[in-house]
Write a protein that binds this ligand. Structure first.
Ligand SMILES: [Zn+2]
Length: 50
């Protein structure tokens, strides 16, 4: 499974194996830290292969 990462605007880098895990982790971070709800499409559009 491909490892991907998202670099958040706040400086945090979230790295997960697999799209589902990445989407879950980034949505959780966005909700807890930024009070933002991201769609799966938004998360994947920010993702970069590691
Ligand atoms: Zn952040």
């Amino acid at each position: 499974m491909a490892t991907k990462q998202v670099s958040c605007d706040c400086g945090k880098t979230i790295r997960e194996q697999g799209d589902d895990e990445l989407v879950k982790a980034v949505q959780k971070h966005a909700r807890e830290v930024h009070k933002m709800d991201l769609t799966r499409e938004q998360v994947l559009s920010m993702a970069q292969p590691v």
